[in-house]
Design a protein around this ligand. Structure first.
Ligand SMILES: Cc1ncc(COP(=O)(O)O)c(C=O)c1O
Length: 395
């Protein structure tokens, strides 16, 4: 059976592969220290779970409107209106099956074969693949470790051509934790307005920003940026709801309406029960979000100095999300030439799961998630300390 060119171009997700390897070791009874996960280690807060249970009991188990239940769309519109100080209406939002589907559908709705989409690197694994699935060409723009991996609007502008349709802006970033600064966001908004390019904001880590760094969107320049801005959010990371699969998109109606039509022919609505849980998440008590964020902040503060002191490691301070992206080039060589080899070596010898930087477009780095208990994190760092020391001794 011949496969389509579309799927032949798609690589498997490296983050999922790391998880598979960890599961295999666990099934052999081996204790694994997993710094791979891209999901909070917390349970979904109680009141959100209760809302889901209530929805089942009340029989809210049928198809909903494709674009989502009206109350949830209104809640998303309120959230953005309040946060951005720019009015959004419920019709300018759509509820998706996780943030991933939102991003995918935006690209499917905007990109024609041969169109270019600017993707800053290191990038979240799925961006280039999603662009290719939509028939587009990802144009990768490197950010610099010496510059804390911060996105520079002039570098983005230099990469734009007449074929550029979309610029992907993931702030805070997975994997680097970099947050886009105000001056750069303003310059990006100007660029987008001047050239009629869409700024696709993936802000699924928006609530996980540390040390009073502000999370900004292009709307910081004013309501005029609304016409070139698409905001993609998710309940997954903010509310520890990865399995419920609820995301949302806010943007111009001439984009949202066809996204609804596309969703109507593919997945239909996001799970009805999950939408009711998401409504409780967005409109209910936000204390659990603050508590989870405080725990991530504490882990980050405790672990970063330890990580920076590991042999052969250099690591910039991430401003948001729940990942470190250390430089491990000093540990690579004849024995382990790439970060993929190093990640594999660490699973096999130290039983520590990490994700190779190459999955995010940058070899020579590892992504370490701190969405794990402090005990697991401390033990994992002890093991990395020993493993890295041995590698340096050997070289
Ligand atoms: C940067 C980024 N965007 C989007 C997503 C999608 O998350 P979900 O589909 O669970 O909302 C993820 C998940 O790992 C992510 O890291």
């Amino acid at each position: 059976m011949a496969l389509s060119h579309r799927v032949e171009r798609i690589a498997a997700s490296a983050t999922m592969a790391a998880g598979d390897k960890a599961r295999r070791l666990r099934s052999q009874g081996i204790e694994v220290f997993d710094l791979g996960p891209g999901q909070p280690d917390f349970d979904t807060p109680e009141h959100i779970r209760e809302a889901g249970i209530r929805a089942i009991r009340e029989g809210r188990t049928r198809y909903t409107a494709t674009a989502g239940i009206p109350e949830l769309r209104a809640a998303v519109a309120d959230l953005y209106s309040l946060r951005e100080g720019v009015p959004y209406r419920a019709e300018e939002t759509i509820i998706t099956c996780g943030g991933k589907q939102g991003l995918h559908n935006v690209l499917m709705a905007l990109v024609n074969p041969g169109d270019e989409v600017v993707v800053p690197s290191p990038y979240w694994v799925s961006f280039p693949e999603m662009v290719r699935l939509a028939g587009g060409e990802p144009v990768v723009v490197e950010t610099d470790e010496a510059d804390r991996f911060e996105l520079r609007a002039d570098a983005i502008a230099a990469a734009c051509t007449e074929r550029t349709r979309v610029i992907v802006v993931n702030t805070p970033s997975n994997p680097t934790g970099a947050v886009v600064a105000r001056a750069e966001m303003e310059a990006l908004a100007q660029l987008a307005l001047e050239r009629g390019i869409c700024l696709l904001l993936d802000e699924c880590y928006a609530r996980l920003v540390y040390e009073d760094v502000p999370h900004l969107t292009p709307l910081c320049v004013g309501p005029e940026a609304k016409s070139v801005t698409v905001l993609c959010g998710s309940c997954s990371k903010t509310y520890a709801m990865t399995g419920w699969r609820v995301g949302y998109v806010a943007g111009p109606r001439h984009l949202i309406d066809p996204m609804g039509r596309m969703q109507g022919h593919t997945t239909s609505n996001a799970c009805s029960v999950s939408q009711h849980a998401a409504l409780a998440a967005l409109t209910g008590d936000q204390t659990p979000v603050h508590e989870m964020r405080a725990q991530f902040a504490e882990r980050r503060a405790r672990l970063l100095p330890r990580l920076q002191a590991l042999p052969g490691v250099r690591c910039v301070e991430p401003r948001g999300a729940f990942y470190f992206f250390p430089n491990v080039e000093a540990l690579l060589g004849e024995h382990l030439p790439t970060s993929t080899d190093l990640a594999s070596h660490l699973i096999d010898t130290a039983h520590v799961v990490t994700v190779a930087g190459s999955a995010f477009g940058r070899d020579g780095y590892l992504r370490l998630s701190y969405a794990a208990s402090m005990e697991v994190l401390e033990e994992a760092l002890d093991r990395l300390d020993r493993a890295f020391g041995e590698l340096l001794d050997r070289s």
